[in-house]
Design a protein around this ligand. Structure first.
Ligand code: ADP
Length: 582
């Protein structure tokens, strides 16, 4: 059966081939399985490794973050310490230069001392700017909220910038709108800082015309009882709209030929923006080249906690006649008089003053005051008889000095009554009007019976000798008698055994620091002594500290170097009392 055999052979061969192929496939499969197994194993190992690596990196990152946070904390405390360390010697330099200016010097020496003083102040401004910005950016910034007098802040800004404005023959003044509250609650130091910045810039960049500070109550939402809007308007070079948003970023100065080269860090507006936002407001600008600038901002304020009327009040029904050809002064004085509830009649240039005064009398609405910058007693020419007429009639009218617009600073009063100097502020108007108006209410009343000191005797607690000299001289110049002690322990003893109207207390002191010394004073047995007002003197720029001072029982604080006006304001606040402060 050859055929069959042949077939079998073919079949067997195929079978063998297939078997071989299957074996090979199985072999391959086995090999691949082994490879897969070892790859899996490798993968597992890698995964474990990766987890380990991730853990390791996480730990490293955590450490880096902790280190960064520690670095930021130490940067903040470094800044606080630096500010203290720089401000203390700067206080000495500035204070001594101020004292030196008050002594007999040759013209050349006087000029040299002025340069020391101005350079010191400029350096201090830069240090303060840098500190403020780093505090604002690190979120370590706190507002210090207290009741304050809005007009004190406005007056102060105008007073501080009066001389630079006068040097450039600029008109400067606030234009408060009617219905503006006197007392509000917020952070007066920071509000003043923003205003000084904007008004300072306006004076710096304007060469001709005027700088006005308009203030009004803004429509407000329900969550805040009071929102104020301030507009600082100048007649300076103006700013192209494309630059407006750039202005509020750090280190930006845009001049490049637009305005003459000037000094500045370029931080002022960036700080102002941050501060305004902290105070719940907004800041902005309207300006065109050649049309001046209007920088505006809003702030959210509260109603005061204590309704305190320390100011003397102008009695109801006082009528004043106002004449000036200076439109800016007219507007500013008018707005201020109205804010004091004085009924004002503006006299036009063509009007006869005597006619107006007589008319008032005949209507039974006599004028109590004439406020004018006219050098003649009669506003219009040819009426010199007016003065005689008034005197002959026994008219009780009081006249503000005719040169109130032209002269400044002398504080003189003459036969014309009271002299007012430019720029007019609310305080100057009050000082001028009070002696002139009949039966003025001396004011100084408190609805809360807050303690008012009457002794003009001050205890100064300061350990640095140069600063003792500076502060003592400043206080004596303001008419106070001063005792000086150098540490906290002596301070407590001095208050126990003496009669002080106020204590000015440094914080960092040997023996017993200022806070502990204040606590000790508050524990004294004699209640009058235990409640002696204590004002902290601090070179520490970190304002969060101020709250700590107040919490310890201090009544306020003054930053070193001591600013003359702030010192005077703080003293007046605690030394008011009939006959005490005037
Ligand atoms: P600094 O005054 O220190 O330079 P600011 O941030 O206060 O810094 O101002 C930034 C820039 O904005 C100024 O350098 C100036 O170019 C411009 N600027 C600010 N205020 C005015 C203004 N009232 N009129 C014209 N330019 C102004």
């Amino acid at each position: 059966m050859p055929d069959n055999t042949g077939k079998e052979t073919i079949f067997e061969r195929r079978l063998m081939r297939e078997r071989a192929a299957r074996k090979q496939a199985e072999h391959l499969l086995e090999e691949k399985s082994r490879e897969l197994y070892s790859s899996n194993k490798e993968l597992l190992r890698l995964a474990q490794n990766l987890e380990g690596l991730v853990e390791e990196r996480t730990a490293e990152l955590k450490e880096a973050r902790d280190q960064a946070m520690a670095a930021s904390r130490s940067k903040s405390s470094f800044l606080a310490n630096m500010s203290h360390e720089i401000r203390t010697p700067m206080s000495g330099v500035i204070g001594m230069a101020e004292l030196l200016l008050g002594s007999p010097l040759s013209a050349e020496q006087r000029q040299q001392v002025r340069v020391i003083l101005e350079s010191g102040k400029a350096l201090l401004t830069i240090i303060n700017d840098i500190l403020d910005l780093s505090k604002l950016e690190s979120g370590k910034f706190h507002l210090v909220i207290e009741d304050f007098d809005l007009f004190d802040v406005l007056d102060n800004v105008v007073d501080v910038l009066a001389i630079p404005a006068e040097e450039k023959h600029l008109e400067l003044g606030a234009i408060p709108s009617e219905g503006l509250p006197d007392r509000v609650r917020g952070d007066p130091v920071r509000l003043r800082q923003v205003l000084l910045n904007l008004v300072g810039n306006a004076v710096k960049f304007t060469d001709q015309g005027d700088v006005r500070v308009e203030v009004r109550v803004e429509e407000h939402e329900a969550d805040h009882p009071l929102r104020l809007r301030f507009d600082v308007v100048d007649t300076g070079p103006g700013i192209p709209p494309k630059d407006h948003s750039l202005l509020f970023s750090k280190f930006s100065q845009l001049d490049e030929g637009r305005v003459p080269k000037h000094h500045g860090t370029g931080l002022g507006l960036a700080i102002s923006k941050n501060l305004v936002e902290c105070m719940g407001g907004e800041i902005g600008l309207r300006s065109q080249p050649g049309q001046g600038s209007r920088f505006w901002f809003t702030v959210a304020l509260e109603k005061p906690e204590v309704e305190l009327t320390r100011r003397p009040r102008i009695p109801e029904g006082i009528r004043a006649a106002l004449f000036t050809r200076n439109r800016f002064q007219m507007e500013s004085v008018l707005a201020h008089l109205r804010s004091l509830n004085v009924d004002v009649e503006v006299i036009g240039e063509s009007e006869s003053l005597s006619g107006i005064l007589r008319g008032g009398r005949e209507r039974g609405e006599p004028f109590h005051l004439l406020i004018t910058d006219s050098p003649e007693p009669s506003v219009t020419a040819g009426k010199p008889q007016l003065l005689q007429g008034l005197e002959l009639d026994g008219d009780s009218i009081s006249r503000a000095s005719p040169d109130w617009i032209d002269s400044r600073g002398s504080g003189e009063t003459g036969p014309w009554g009271v002299r007012l100097t430019r720029p007019v502020t609310r305080q100057k108007l009050l000082d001028a009007l009070l002696p002139a108006v009949p039966a003025a209410d001396p004011g100084f009343t408190s609805t809360e019976g807050e303690q008012v000191a009457t002794s003009r005797h001050v205890l100064l607690v300061e350990d640095v000798f140069s600063l003792q000299l500076v502060a003592k001289a400043k206080l004596e110049r303001l008419g106070y008698t001063v005792d000086v002690v150098g540490d906290g322990r002596e301070a407590v003893e001095a208050v126990r055994n003496g009669e002080y109207g106020l204590v000015l207390m440094d914080i960092q002191l040997p023996q017993l620091d200022g806070l502990s010394a204040t606590r000790e004073i508050r524990k004294l047995i004699d209640p009058a002594k235990a409640s002696t007002p204590v004002i902290a003197l601090t070179a520490n720029a970190m304002k969060g500290d101020a709250e700590a001072y107040l919490a310890t029982g201090m009544n306020g604080y003054l930053a070193k170097p001591i600013d003359n006006q702030q010192l005077e304001a703080a003293l007046e606040r605690w030394f008011v009392g009939p006959g005490a402060s005037r």
